[in-house]
Design a protein around this ligand. Structure first.
Ligand code: CP
Ligand code: NVA
Length: 323
């Protein structure tokens, strides 16, 4: 008989039953412990049994990676996934969040929710008696940020002191990277056109999390942001829900493409990340996304491993035997 889950991963002890609404909901030690468990799942060094547990997916926006990786992660743990797309439940017909969240809490053990307003997620979390996971909102994408830092750690061995340059829109992805990066002692530089900066409240929060250990800055020159950086990151210029702004944004973001010229200014060991889906020739060149610095498919794979770790941390009984 191996150790109990809480003995093997003491850093995860406080996560059981909790919500993950923001990257800032995790402490540095918890984030690192999640990465450790994710790496153990990835290498096959860990197995856990969550049979009998059920995860509900409430996705108001499209998703390939998040939906599939959550479903497979839960399957690997022996649990069950229910697709609660609003178009097939009463949610789409206006049943209040307060009722939906309380009812679903009687059936399933966790909810992963993808929607527009962060406030809607907060409302689900308020009414639900089970963990609620942010599977992307307009404000944040914390599950993606976890996969990103796992991918960075795989390349560089550690995270503290590395510089991540995010080039593009100051969006949900930028927000979660600023918070998660700051928490882990990474320097985060966001380069965006004027008018597309991250939320100032998130910037202040990230700078507070960074403390004296790291810096979080917003600038408007991509070259200055990427100079010497170990990680280059970009995301679409028009996020889900902003489709009608696509043309205006194409013009505003001219010069913010992560291409070969920009990559040449980064650290020679630099890796390139993109949460996907990508628009080649817009925020990233085809050559860079397909080139030797790109880690985008490892990054996409890591969604599966970190979410398996997250589900285990939120749902596993502390006495669950593990390897
Ligand atoms: N990166 C990401 O969240 O992808 P999906 O929109 O396909 O889930
Ligand atoms: N910022 C993008 C991320 C997609 C995974 C969006 O919200 O559409």
């Amino acid at each position: 008989m191996g150790p109990h889950f809480n003995q093997r991963y003491p850093g995860l002890a406080d996560l059981r039953g909790r919500d993950l609404l923001s990257s800032a909901d995790l402490g540095a030690e918890q984030t690192l412990a999640l990465l450790e468990l994710a790496a153990d799942f990835k290498s096959g060094a860990q197995r856990l049994d969550l049979s009998g547990k059920a995860l509900g997916l409430i996705f108001t926006k499209a998703s390939t990676r998040t939906r599939v990786s959550f479903a497979v992660a839960m399957g690997r743990l022996g649990g069950q996934v229910l697709d609660l797309n609003p178009s097939v439940t009463q949610v789409g017909r206006g049943e209040p969040v307060a009722d939906t969240a309380r009812v679903l809490s009687r059936y399933v053990d966790a909810l992963a929710i993808r929607t527009f307003e962060q406030q809607e997620l907060v409302e689900y979390a308020h009414w639900a008696s089970i963990p609620v996971i942010n599977a992307l909102t307009d404000l944040e994408h914390p599950c993606q940020a976890l996969a990103d830092v796992l991918t960075i750690r795989e390349s560089f061995g550690s995270l503290k002191g590395l510089t991540l340059a995010y080039v593009g829109d100051g969006n949900n992805m930028a927000h979660s990277l600023m918070l998660c990066g700051a928490l882990l002692g990474m320097n985060v530089r966001v380069a965006c056109p004027e008018g597309f900066a991250p939320d100032p409240a998130v910037l202040t929060q990230a700078q507070a999390l960074a403390g004296r250990a790291a810096t979080v800055s917003v600038l408007h020159q991509p070259l200055a942001a990427v100079r010497g950086a170990e990680v280059l990151y970009t995301d679409v210029w028009a996020s889900m829900g902003q489709e009608q702004e696509q043309q205006r944004r194409l013009q505003a973001f001219a010069g913010f493409c992560v291409d070969e010229a920009l990559l040449a200014e980064a650290d020679p060991r630099a890796i390139v990340l993109h949460c996907l889906p990508a628009h080649r020739g817009e925020e990233i060149s085809a050559g860079v996304i397909e080139g030797s610095a790109s880690r985008v498919f490892d990054q996409a794979e890591n969604r599966l491993h970190v979410q398996q770790a997250l589900l285990a941390a939120l749902l596993a009984d502390p006495a669950t035997p593990c390897l």
